[in-house]
Design a protein around this ligand. Structure first.
Ligand SMILES: Cc1cc2nc3c(=O)[nH]c(=O)nc-3n(C[C@H](O)[C@H](O)[C@H](O)COP(=O)(O)OP(=O)(O)OC[C@H]3O[C@@H](n4cnc5c(N)ncnc54)[C@H](O)[C@@H]3O)c2cc1C
Length: 412
C-alpha cells in the first residue's frame, strides 16, 4: 500500500464505534472513517433509556476521561439496586458502593448517542449502510450503499476494519462465515420511556417481580422514567400478540389477592397507558469472538451478544472501546501493523467477556418460566454472587503503556 497513514474503517457509530473514533480523533498518524447506516438525525432507540455499569465508568475514567466526563454530565448516578415483589415486600437493597468503586449512570439513549456522536462528526458518513466486506489479506475493503442517493460505494486498502455494527452485525456474519443461530432464552423484554409526572415513586434502579414477570425501572434526566418489563414466552416462539395487549400485560404484574405496591401500581398504569410506544425484544445471546481474521476487529454486540439482564451490553461495549483504542494507539506509536490489533484485543478481552456473558445469563434465572423470585433473589444477596458482582464492577481493563512495542510473534 502506497499510503503513509494506516486506514481504519469503523462500521457503526453506536456505543463501541463512536467511542473508538472519539478515542482516536486527535491522532494525526492514522486515517479514520466511520460508516453509519442511520441518518444524522435518526435515533432508532430514542424512546428508551439505559443504565451503564460502574465498570464502564471506571474504565472510561482511566482510558477516555473526556468521554467519561461528557457521559456523567448528561446522566444521573446509579447508586442503588433494589429488588421487591410487586406486592411491596423488599427482597434486596444493595448499595452499589458495596460491590463497586464508583457509581454507574442512568441516561436516555438519544442523549447518549448524541453526546458520543457530536465530537466525531467530521469522521462519520451517515446514511452509509455497509452491504459487503472483503477480508482477504492485502485487499481488505467494504462496500456500502448511500441511503440518500441509492449509490453503491467502496473503500479499499483498509488496514483495520472495526465492526461496531451491533447485534445483527454484517461484519460478524462475514467473520463467522454466515448467519448465526442465536441462543434464545424464551423471555420477552420490552421498553418504554415516559414523563415521570407529579407523583412519581420511581428514582434509582429497582426491580419488581410477580413470579417470573419483572418490571425494572429508574429515572433518567429530563424528568423521564425508563421501564423495561419482561415475562416468559412459549419455548422457541415469537411473543404472541395476545400477550402484548394492555390488559394481559397488567395482569402479569398484579399480585394475587393483594393490591400492588405504590411503585408497581404506578408502573403497571404507565405500561398500559404507553402500550403503543413499546419497543419489543426477546432475550438472546451468541458466542464471544473479537477477531478470527487478521485486520478485522469485532466490538460490542458484534463481539459478544449477551442478555441485557445486568445492563452490561453497552457497558462492555465501553470496555471494548477502551482496550481497542489502547491497542491501536500502542501499535501506531510503535509503528507496528494494525492487522495484529484484533488478536491483541482478543487476548485481553475474551476471558472477561465470557465471564460477563455467563454472569448475565445466570442472573436471568428469576425471569425464566417457573422461577421463584424470592429464592432467586436470596441467592443474589449471598457473598458468592456479590463476589462475582464485585469482580464484574471492579476488574476493569488496565492501560498498556503507549508505545511499548508488542512482540509481533507473541499472539497468533
Ligand atoms: C431491551 C434491552 C435493554 C438493554 N438495556 C441495556 C442497559 O440498560 N445497559 C447496557 O449496558 N446495555 C443494555 N442493552 C444492550 C445494549 O443496547 C447493547 O449492548 C449496546 O447498544 C451495544 O453497543 P454496540 O456499540 O455494540 O452497538 P449499537 O449501540 O447497537 O450500535 C450499532 C450501530 O451500528 C449501526 N449499523 C448496524 N448495521 C450497520 C451497517 N450494515 N452499516 C452501517 N452501520 C450499521 C447501527 O445503526 C448502530 O448505530 C440493552 C439491550 C436490550 C435489547
Amino acid at each position: 500500500m502506497s499510503r503513509t497513514k494506516p486506514r481504519i474503517v469503523v462500521v457503526g457509530a453506536g456505543i463501541a464505534g463512536s467511542l473508538i473514533v472519539s478515542g482516536l480523533r486527535d491522532r494525526t498518524d492514522c486515517e479514520v472513517v466511520c460508516l453509519e447506516r442511520a441518518g444524522a438525525a435518526d435515533h432508532a432507540e430514542a424512546g428508551t433509556g439505559l443504565n451503564i455499569g460502574p465498570n464502564a465508568m471506571a474504565c472510561l475514567d482511566l482510558h477516555l476521561p473526556r468521554e467519561a466526563a461528557a457521559i456523567r454530565a448528561a446522566s444521573l448516578p446509579w447508586n442503588r439496586w433494589t429488588v421487591a415483589l410487586t406486592s411491596g415486600e423488599v427482597l434486596m437493597d444493595l448499595p452499589l458502593a458495596r460491590v463497586a468503586d464508583t457509581p454507574g449512570i442512568r441516561i436516555r439513549w438519544a442523549e447518549l448517542y448524541a453526546l458520543l456522536r457530536r465530537p466525531i462528526a467530521p469522521f462519520v458518513t451517515y446514511g452509509a449502510e455497509v452491504t459487503e466486506c472483503v477480508m482477504a489479506a492485502g485487499d481488505r475493503a467494504v462496500r456500502y450503499r448511500d441511503r440518500t442517493t441509492g449509490e453503491s460505494r467502496e473503500i479499499r486498502d483498509i488496514d483495520l476494519l472495526v465492526a461496531g455494527d451491533g447485534r445483527y452485525s454484517l461484519v460478524r456474519q462475514a467473520v463467522l462465515g454466515g448467519p448465526e443461530v442465536p441462543h434464545m432464552l424464551d423471555v420477552c423484554l420490552y421498553r418504554i420511556l415516559f414523563p415521570a409526572g407529579p407523583v412519581c415513586p420511581i428514582d434509582d434502579y429497582g426491580q419488581w417481580f410477580n413470579g417470573p414477570n419483572r418490571l425494572l425501572a429508574f429515572r433518567v434526566p429530563g424528568d423521564l422514567v425508563y421501564c423495561a418489563g419482561s415475562f416468559p414466552i412459549p419455548p422457541g416462539a415469537a411473543t404472541p400478540d395476545h400477550m402484548k395487549r394492555p390488559e394481559a400485560l397488567a395482569a402479569r404484574y398484579r399480585p394475587a389477592g393483594r393490591p400492588p405496591s405504590r411503585e408497581a401500581a404506578y408502573l403497571i398504569d404507565a405500561v398500559v397507558r404507553n402500550v403503543d410506544a413499546i419497543h419489543w425484544a426477546r432475550l438472546q445471546e451468541g458466542c464471544v469472538t473479537f477477531s478470527g481474521t487478521p485486520g478485522v476487529l469485532l466490538m460490542g454486540d458484534a463481539a459478544h451478544p449477551m442478555v441485557p439482564t445486568l445492563g452490561q451490553g453497552a457497558t462492555q461495549a465501553c470496555e471494548d472501546a477502551c482496550v481497542a483504542v489502547d491497542e491501536i494507539a500502542a501499535a501506531l506509536s510503535a509503528g507496528q501493523p494494525l492487522d495484529r490489533v484484533p488478536a491483541w484485543v482478543e487476548e485481553r478481552r475474551a476471558e472477561r467477556a465470557r465471564f460477563v456473558v455467563s454472569l448475565s445469563r445466570d442472573a436471568t434465572d428469576t425471569m425464566l418460566a417457573g422461577a421463584d423470585p424470592v429464592a432467586g433473589t436470596a441467592l443474589k444477596a449471598t457473598p458468592a454472587f456479590q463476589g462475582r458482582l464485585s469482580r464484574l464492577y471492579r476488574d476493569i481493563p488496565e492501560r498498556r503503556s503507549v508505545g511499548r512495542a508488542r512482540d509481533v510473534d507473541s499472539v497468533e
